[in-house]
Every structure is written in C-alpha cells, then in structure tokens.
Write a protein that binds this ligand. Structure first.
Ligand code: SF4
Ligand SMILES: [Zn+2]
Ligand SMILES: [Zn+2]
Length: 310
C-alpha cells in the first residue's frame, strides 16, 4: 500500500480516514489533526500557559509531546492516585518523559495532600466504585492545580474512543446534563475554574498508539486495574465492533453529535456554581463534591473507629 500523501511505502492504514501514510507523513498528519482541533475550537493560544494532565498512558504523553513540539508553553500534571504498582509504574514513566525532554512537571500525591486520601481508601470506606471516587478526586485536584499554578488552560488527553464511549453512555441513559457539558472546550463557569480542552477529541486511540510508538515514547501499556470492570470498556468494545463493520462510525458519531445535537443540550445548561463553604472551589450545593466525599470518608472512618456500623 502507498502513502496517500507522498506515494512512498505506507506504514499505517487508517480506515476511518480512508488513508495510508508513511512514517513522516503520519507524524505530519497527526500533528496537523491536533493543530486543526485547537484552531477550529479555539482551544488555546501560543501565549497561554497550558497545564497538561498526564497519566503515563499513550494518549496524554503523545499529546504533551505534540503540544511541546508545536511550541506551546506546557507544564505536565501527574496525580499520584495511590493505586499500588500501577501508580508507581505510571509515575516513573511520566518522570522519565519529562526529564528526557526537559519539560516542567508538577506531581500531586493524593495521600500527601491535606485530606490524605488515596483512591483505594476512599472507594473502600464509601463503598463507591474506584472509578466513581477517582473521578471526583481527579476533577478537584486538576482544578486546584490549575488555579494554584496560575495556568490559563487545563488540557486532557481524552481521545475519540473515550469521547465516543462517553457519548454512548450518556445517550443510553439520556443524561441531558452530561450531554450539555460534553464538548471539546469547556469555558470556565466560575472564577476559580480555568478553560478545559481536549485536543485529541477526534483522534483515535490507534492513532495515538502509532504516534507514541513512532516517537519512541515509553508509556505504561497496562491499564489501571480498576478499568477492567468499568462500563466504559463495554461501550468501547461495542463501538469497536461497529467501527470494524463500518469504518468512520466513531468519528461520525462524535462529530455529528457536536454539530447537530450538542447545541440543543447546551442551551438548557443548568445552574452556575457557587463557592464551596469548606474549600472555596466551585460547588453546586453548600460544599463541593470533593469536600462532601472527604467529609463522608472522615465520618465513616470515625464511626468505624468508635465501633459503630459504617
Ligand atoms: S480506571 Fe478508574 S480508578 Fe483507574 S485511573 Fe481510571 S478512573 Fe481512576
Ligand atoms: Zn508519505
Ligand atoms: Zn470544597
């Protein structure tokens, strides 16, 4: 097969794009996809300081690599979630990536923060799924780190597969409030929030894996051990089957949602957040969801220590 762009021997075949690329042309194509997403959605400008949330996986490290290559001012943010060997290994990958490229990195270790709570403990005490606890904790520490560091934009590595799976989940349950916020750019709704952007929202997982391989990025291949039971994986599998039968399905699903359906949902977007009375971060009740979770853990731990049932 020949490269669609230069007619040399192709190394990658992208069925969704009906294209094939040699190595230099694929790297060009990948970077241009990110540039186009940023420009089309007005995600950020070269003057702004970007905080890039990195997990040690291929998507976030590939994204950080492209943004740095494109000349953006970036700082990485790694959250130590306290998930055993997975956290240790992913932290090491991120440290090595940043050090070899001379990029600044911030590390927030959840167990060392004021609340002192790592994900497994929160999940165990509150009897939530690890991912539910993790989602609330991650959102809070991302927002807090962006605010404390004076960053303009928070960037995450969500890719097309993530967005399609999330969209499928939201549609299957008609979660209109979630659909209202499912956009590649979220403007701040509170003075303590920064803009949140997802430059890989139209880039497939396979493409980021190929990019990471071609660029020699050493990322953590293993998934978080808690991912196995997550419903999102089931949606991803279903979407992969649809994609195999009809290439381009995921791209059309997400693109068309954003073009023709999303505006109707965002029109009815709900209330604006107030200030959390405990930490000052945005909240939809008296306290934010993070503080409410921390309170719940503290109360249940105290009850258990006093010998009462949780
Ligand atoms: S799989 Fe769940 S617990 Fe693991 S990092 Fe993702 S959200 Fe957190
Ligand atoms: Zn080529
Ligand atoms: Zn709070």
């Amino acid at each position: 097969m020949k490269c669609t762009r230069c007619r040399a021997r192709a190394e990658v075949h992208l069925r969704a794009h009906n294209s094939a690329f040699c190595r230099p042309c694929f790297l060009f194509f990948f970077r241009r996809q990110v540039e186009r997403a940023i420009a089309h959605e007005r995600m950020c400008t070269p003057e702004e300081h970007l905080l890039v949330a990195v997990s040690g996986g291929k998507d976030s490290l590939a994204l950080w690599d492209v943004l740095a290559e494109l000349g953006y001012r970036t700082t990485g943010l790694y959250l130590g979630l306290g998930i055993g060997a997975y956290s240790t290994a992913s932290h090491a990958k991120v440290e090595t990536f940043a050090a070899t490229r001379g990029l600044p990195l911030r590390v927030v270790d959840l167990a060392r923060e004021e609340s002192g709570l790592a994900i497994p403990e929160v999940a165990r005490v509150t009897r939530r799924t690890a991912c539910a606890a993790c989602g609330t904790m991650k959102r809070h520490y991302f927002d807090a780190a962006a605010l404390e560091g004076g960053f303009d934009v928070l960037v995450t590595g969500h890719n097309l597969d993530d967005e399609a799976a999330r969209l499928m989940g939201n549609v299957l349950r008609w979660q209109t409030d979630h659909l209202a916020r499912q956009r590649p750019v979220l403007p701040p709704t509170h003075p303590r929030f920064v803009r949140k952007v997802k430059p890989l929202y139209l880039t497939g997982e396979y493409e980021t894996a190929v990019y990471a391989f071609m660029r020699g990025i050493d990322y953590i291949v293993d998934e978080c051990p808690n991912a196995a039971g997550a419903t999102q994986l089931l949606y991803k599998e279903a979407l992969n089957r649809l994609e195999a039968a009809s290439p381009g399905t995921k791209l059309a699903f997400v693109k068309e949602f954003l073009r023709s359906a999303q505006p109707a949902f965002s029109q009815v977007e709900g209330r604006r957040p107030q200030d959390c009375t405990r930490c000052g971060m945005p909240a939809y009740g008296e306290v934010c969801s993070f503080c409410s979770l921390v309170r719940e853990v503290q109360a249940k731990t105290a009850r258990a220590a006093a010998g009462a049932p949780a």
